[in-house]
Design a protein around this ligand. Structure first.
Ligand SMILES: Cc1ncc(C[n+]2csc(CCOP(=O)(O)OP(=O)(O)O)c2C)c(N)n1
Length: 359
């Protein structure tokens, strides 16, 4: 039998878990230590925000919340690589990317507090809101990429999906269209090893999730998703390629969910403490911090001052969230249809009357 096709999946990493450089040469942006300090500070901000959001939920001040603990390098890396004209199609825990896109932390809190006005965020209005049905955002990204190409714009779409989401039909369909039509799209898979309680080993028999992109006919690679330098570098390269008409890319970002799936979950019921501990040693903030310390660009004093500044900023955002007040009850009807169907119009009127009479 002859072989008719072969493929390989490359793995990109610059910093190992001890903050040591493992590549011969850094990408240009990373030669500038000041730039790396800024990137580190952004990840710390996301972590401070995330910790506060969990505290708010635990004290009954927020609905269910999906933590991004451990994912910071993936999301900040994605956000830093995008231009305003690109279109972002997130799932539900990419706060680092969204903050970069101009979404305010209090808008994220509003969303998780059950207030849809949080989805009418301050970021680029062409970005998509959170997609809780897993994998639908990939269709949105493919559609947006088609529109960008059709309009002749030099911009691309970026979606993020989890490892579990890559088992969905929507995921394959969107890759197939993007590949067949050479669309300007970057598909990020945040492989955090768990889809709620389903571990990666029983999710798929594929050695990598990146190879699913090969089936869609696109260049695909794995990246150390806890190494923000690798993440940003891979994203910038893929986006440049997409914007110049050279087609889509799939990036599998290898990371780990250090938190529960959401605040409604208790991950201790299905995963070992040893596994979690092992992954704390690989988390994204520590390795960049170690690298920066080795360059004398960061120390405990700077860390404490920055964390205090982040806490202050986050507290201001929490105040804005609390000051937003209750949304009108009609909000749950008003954002889906340009022309609402008759039965929903009737339900809307009923809800309005109920709210008027009983508050
Ligand atoms: C279409 C659909 N099916 C099922 C669910 C329920 N659900 C919510 S999150 C989740 C697991 C997602 O895991 P993964 O894609 O790995 O992303 P992660 O949350 O780990 O980042 C499931 C099954 C959903 N939201 N949408």
């Amino acid at each position: 039998m002859k072989t008719v096709a072969k493929f390989e999946i490359k793995y990109l990493q610059y910093l190992d878990q001890d903050g040591k450089l493992v590549a011969k040469k850094l990408p240009k942006f990373a030669e500038n230590t000041k730039e790396l300090v800024e990137m580190y500070k952004k990840m710390v901000f996301v972590r401070v925000f995330d910790t506060k959001a969990i505290a708010l939920q635990r004290t009954g001040q927020l609905g269910t919340y999906a933590s991004c603990l451990g994912h910071e390098a993936v999301h900040v890396g994605v956000g830093l690589s995008m231009i305003p004209e690109d279109v972002f199609c997130p799932m539900y825990r990419e706060y680092g990317a969204q903050f970069e896109r101009g979404v305010h932390p209090h808008e994220v809190l509003m969303f998780w507090g059950g207030d849809e006005r949080g989805n009418n965020f301050s970021g680029p209005k062409h970005d998509f809101p959170w997609a809780v049905p897993i994998a639908t955002q990939n269709h949105h990204a493919t559609g947006a990429a088609f529109a960008l190409k059709y309009q002749g714009k030099k911009a691309a779409s970026v979606s993020v999906i989890g490892d579990g989401g890559t088992s969905q039909g929507d995921f394959y369909e969107s890759l197939n269209c993007a590949g067949a039509w050479d669309l300007p799209s970057v598909f990020v898979v945040a492989n955090n090893k768990w889809a709620i309680s389903v571990p990666l080993e029983i999710q798929t028999r594929c050695e990598t999730l990146a190879q699913k992109g090969i089936a869609g006919g696109m260049e695909s690679l794995q990246v150390d998703g806890n190494d923000i330098i690798a993440m940003r570098d891979a994203m910038e390269t893929a986006l440049k390629k997409a914007r110049s008409g050279k087609g889509p890319t799939l990036i599998e970002a290898m990371t780990y969910r250090l938190s529960d799936h959401t605040t409604a979950d208790d991950a201790r019921r299905y995963r070992s403490e040893d596994e979690v501990e092992e992954n704390w040693a690989k988390e994204p903030l520590v390795r960049l911090r170690k690298y920066l310390e080795s360059k004398k660009a960061w120390d405990d004093k700077k860390e404490d001052a920055w964390k205090a500044e982040c806490a202050k900023r986050v507290d201001e955002e929490v105040k804005k969230y609390k000051a937003a007040g209750k949304p009108p009850v009609t909000d749950m009807f008003d954002h889906m249809f340009a022309n609402m169907p008759e039965d929903l119009l009737a339900q809307r009127a009923e809800a309005e009357e109920e709210a008027r009479d009983h508050g």
